[in-house]
Design a protein around this ligand. Structure first.
Ligand code: NAD
Ligand code: LMR
Length: 328
């Protein structure tokens, strides 16, 4: 089979994934499959689970031809030392009928404590926050560590945009315009929640053709609504929240950092005046490279989309207000 090693000297990346549940294990697996990292450390509080999942993944390496080492540990942050990226997935997922915001109290304690422990061993790491409610958890991670804003990034927009593309492709197919999700370009900004995320219909395209020229207003409104409740729909079907697309989305962010790809991806970041907002973390397009987020990309929002983004910002502020003592 020849030499399968694919690492470039400058991409000897170490990635820690905190939480070895559905999402965390998927992130570790997809990172290994993408072949850009030297080592992935999976850490959890449940005795043996990280070790078992890591061993299972390592036993895929022959069949799937990757050389990344996946290591599992229980509560041993020393093993995570000198990670370049730390992905935080630890915390409770919602159950059918719940909102993500209902998890704020319990997950705030978990996220605050794991970020502090991971930072002690990896003082230069970039943190990617997944745990929900993600916008508030990103804000908490940033405020409680005092890290520069480019090193704390929440993942939600990449996932919501994937769902938007998926539902757009379904609607386009039904309207007689053959399309796969990857033929469609579309972005979701704002908070990662069921009510106020903002799928940007005005700039969505099928291979460059505006979808507004191909689909009726009613169909587009239906696509927007399905996208907004995409996570709740899956939670209803699965009995717990989704993991394949969340894991793949988080791994894609890690990859953009590892390869210094300078990709434009909607992510949750701390705003300092961009989009007319400050003092909160919310989803906007950013350029992602080796330093974390390098800049916020300005999309000129108008009319209804502008008003919806402002609503989303207010909703994110309301959840931050519930962080209370966790912020101290
Ligand atoms: N941002 C997003 O787009 C997105 C997508 C999917 C899920 N999520 C969120 O991600 C989180 C994880 O979801 P999941 O489906 O993997 O849940 P899960 O229950 O399968 O896994 C969570 C894991 O976290 C571990 N954990 C709990 N406290 C910990 C601690 N202090 N240190 C280390 N590990 C700890 C648990 O033992 C468990 O293994 C949830 O909060 C969920 O809502 C976010
Ligand atoms: O829906 C959830 O609670 C999990 C996640 O945020 C998702 O969108 O899949």
């Amino acid at each position: 089979m020849g030499d399968t090693r694919v690492f470039k000297e400058e991409v000897l990346m170490k990635v820690t994934v905190v939480g070895a549940g559905n999402v965390g294990a998927t992130v570790a697996n997809v990172v290994a499959l993408k072949k850009f990292a030297q080592e992935v450390v999976l850490i959890d509080i449940k005795e043996g689970v990280s070790e078992g999942k890591a061993m299972d993944m390592m036993q895929c390496s022959h069949a799937l031809n990757f050389d990344t080492t996946v290591k599992g540990v229980t509560n041993d942050y020393a093993a995570t030392a000198d990670s370049d990226v730390v992905v935080v997935t630890s915390g409770l997922p919602r159950k059918p009928g719940m909102t993500r915001e209902e998890l704020v109290g319990v997950n705030a304690k978990i996220v605050k404590s794991v970020v502090e422990q991971a930072l002690k061993y990896s003082p230069n790491a970039i943190f990617i926050i997944i745990s929900n409610p993600m916008d508030a958890m990103t804000y908490l991670a940033l405020k409680s560590t005092g890290l520069p804003r480019n090193r704390v990034i929440g993942m939600g927009g990449m996932l919501d945009s994937s769902r938007f593309r998926y539902y757009l492709s379904e609607a386009l197919n039904a309207a007689g315009h053959p399309a796969t999700p990857s033929d469609v370009d579309g972005m979701v900004i704002g908070g990662h929640n069921d009510k106020t995320m903002v799928p940007l219909v005005s700039i969505a395209t099928l291979r460059g053709i505006p979808v507004t020229q191909l689909l009726s207003k009613e169909v587009l409104a239906d696509v927007v609504q399905k996208t907004k409740v995409g996570g709740a729909t899956l939670t209803g079907l699965l009995g717990t929240s989704a993991w394949y697309a969340p894991g793949a989305s988080a791994a894609t962010l890690v990859e953009a950092i590892a390869l210094d790809a300078k990709k434009v991806i909607p992510c949750c970041v701390y705003l300092e005046g961009e989009y007319g907002e400050k003092e909160l973390c919310v989803g906007v397009p950013i350029v992602l490279g080796k330093g974390g987020f390098e800049k916020v990309v300005d999309v000129k929002l108008e009319g209804e989309e502008k008003a919806k983004f402002e609503e989303s910002v207010e909703a994110a502020r309301a959840v931050n207000a519930q962080l209370g003592d966790a912020l101290k």
